[in-house]
Design a binder for this molecule. Sequence first.
Ligand code: NAI
Ligand code: 13P
Length: 339
Amino acid sequence: MRVTVLGAGSWGTALGYALASKSYAVTMWDIDGPVLADITERHENARYLSGITLPPGMTGEPDLERALAGAELVVLAVPSHAMRVVANAAAPFIGRGALICSVTKGIEVDNLMTMSEVLQDVLPGVLHPRLTFLSGPSFAVEVAREFPTAVTVAGSDDEVTVAVQHAFHTPFLRPYVTDDVVGVEIGGCAKNVIAIATGAGDGLGFDANTRAAMITRGLAEITRLAVARGANPLTLSGLSGVGDLVLTCSSVKSRNYRVGFGLGQGRSLDDVCAELGQVAEGVLNAKSVKALAAKAGVEMPISSLVHGLIYEDLSLAEIFAFFSSRPLRAEREDPAGGR
Ligand SMILES: NC(=O)C1=CN([C@@H]2O[C@H](COP(=O)(O)OP(=O)(O)OC[C@H]3O[C@@H](n4cnc5c(N)ncnc54)[C@H](O)[C@@H]3O)[C@@H](O)[C@H]2O)C=CC1
Ligand SMILES: O=C(CO)COP(=O)(O)O
């Protein structure tokens, strides 16, 4: 199979590694020329996945048209804020029969579109049935080290979704399939915001109790939003819900957790993000999640507080005061009256 990966950051490179490990021909494209040269010439991506030797079938190609020529599977692995511009530029060069898989976890900030909505907006209609979405608990570096990992591939056309499942299947990467695109997308995006809250708690010096509370109540609010948008609540009990939430909220490998941890220690957002040097989707997506929750009429108190911490100068003390200041209620009570 010929595969093109748009976005040669940590996740695009790790998935490129998995696909090339099955002897697929994998072409990586990115706006970062030196990263592409590193992949082609040294079989490495020292900027995003240092210490990993990439399979020989992986090469970098800076020209988008050449990169996409003959691609049977196109993997979109750019951050969510770049998806529209990259998909727009790529659209004329994607073959009609190509499978397309977005592996991005985010929602556009300006018009609150999920990646499936963005792609349906910019790609020609003939490609829509070929759209799939890969998500789930999967740190790039662990995939590239061939640690056993399970993910979800969501899509509306069973045949296409299963074809993508098989393409990504390796001895260390086990994809499951679902038709619940909404649940998978909301779970994958909103967990990043909760990870910032959890990291902030740990940065402040709290520990396991607080973390477990944030993860569990975080899941409750993510599920509310997903269900309000038409998701199956069981999807949020799966890999792209609780699986990814637990992973991201409990490991220093998570960029979002690390952003929260730094904020919890009293450092500035700019300082923490500069040190990270990679995307932490939850920072921008705190805006999208808060706005989507308001639009859907659901309460997302933890996500709103993360928004407050980053964009409204709320103090850490105010963030964690929500534990005591919110009205007491039954655990399964639905604060949005049916939503
Ligand atoms: N790194 C990980 O472990 C995982 C990441 N993801 C998701 O994958 C997506 C991509 O994240 P990462 O690869 O981790 O980010 P990264 O920060 O490691 O790399 C981002 C890449 O996107 C490229 N890029 C940025 N703007 C671009 C543009 N306008 N045109 C073309 N390329 C552009 C950068 O040059 C860079 O190579 C995010 O939505 C993230 O949440 C999902 C699962 C795991
Ligand atoms: O989505 C991820 C793991 O599933 C990666 O999380 P971070 O973006 O927080 O590193």
